[in-house]
Design a binder for this molecule. Sequence first.
Ligand code: AMP
Ligand code: MG
Length: 487
Amino acid sequence: MKALDELTFDNRFARLGDAFSTHVLPEPLDEPRLVVASRAAMALLDLDPAVAETPLFAELFGGHKLWAEAQPRAMVYSGHQFGGYTPQLGDGRGLLLGEVHNQAGEHWDLHLKGAGMTPYSRMGDGRAVLRSSIREFLASEALHALGIPSSRALCVIGSSTPVWREKQERGAMVLRLAPSHIRFGHFEYFYYTKKPEQQAELAEHVLNLHYPECREQPEPYLAMFREIVERNAEMIAKWQAYGFCHGVMNTDNMSILGITFDYGPFAFLDDFDAHFICNHSDHEGRYSFSNQVPIGQWNLSALAQALTPFISVDALKEALGLYLPLYQAHYLDLMRRRLGLTTAEDDDQQLVERLLKLMQNSGVDYTLFFRRLGDEPAALAVTRLRDDFVDMAGFDAWAERYTARVLRDGDDSEEQRRARMHAVNPLYILRNYLAQNAITAAEQGDYSEVRRLHEVLTKPFEEQAGMEQYAQRPPDWGKHLEISCSS
Ligand code: AMP
Ligand code: MG
């Protein structure tokens, strides 16, 4: 266990130099205070959890103090936003403070979001508000706990600094951790600004540090791209299987590591709705729940375009062709497990699709349905769940097929079935209204709810005593909360 001043840095990205990032100091928040910290994320840095409560913690992650070895840098990138190319973006309100290596030999970027203006702030104020910082914190840790690859969050630091959005709010910072904060948009930036030397340097950097196993392949860059395709297919399959909607899948928000990244107006589905749009500003539904799948491929094609200096177009196309079949295989595998099935049959895809259509038509709660399906033997569970469906005859037909399928799958004990299903079907999910309750309390200075919700979400598959209120459908007010990009 380490104290805060014992972190050791090795700032590999900063060493790439000024073509890749700009030195900027964080702009401190007034009266910084700890809102919430993740013990699990602190462990990644070997930090003693007790240090979260010290004044130094809030000073470091509230922009007041820096380690002597830290080298705060704002990274430059560009990207396709809602389908159109924006030539220059970058860390407009975030700073890569440095890279820490832990005792296990892992490197973790410390990235402070809401750290003030940078050369890439454009029209923005460089700040993040408490509301969006809490949402990013909770989502990062909740997705990780569900087994969905994600950047992590160490803490949220609140303050008395006024920040103007639609109304006056308070500034906050969230400290994000990831092995790298390099995005698809980094490659696009050097490609479209026609800087082949820097682009090659970036590609070497990513290959050496993050895909070293691809070095062994005959075409290392191609192997790396294939791996990125595979990781994205798997990540998006998990989003779909667990009802996660990212909301702003612009290429500047897509991690080169295939992890969920840059949380904004995201949401988990309450009622199943394939057409759900979580971002209030996404008028065309480009990033609607079901569109996330083709958009994943669209984003990979944008990255492929930026990699044409290194890889032949034919090879890139072939690698892109892997995306959909891989996505489908991962998705079906997860959905089979969510249904408690251990074997594969040809009609399973149809079984899943039929169920989702019935859920869609009746507005059935996506998370609770699967959880309850595993509570009891299949034949009993479906008789209890049928009341939630408007088209009961339709559900009965599905249920008959399902129970027959379960029988063919093999007969394990009730206990085994429950354990197997509960291990993949969460009871607790980060519902928008739960986040909103925690935010409302935090905005009044009461951080107990955000801390409790965070704790519950770190064990989403485990029933926790006294936490029933976190496993309910949303009340009417919490069903259609509007979340926009303004964070
Ligand atoms: P996002 O939609 O949060 O991924 O942000 C898109 C771009 O706008 C990124 O380059 C951000 O750094 C920048 N940005 C977003 N909000 C702000 C802000 N309040 N101040 C400065 N830059 C911002
Ligand atoms: Mg972003």
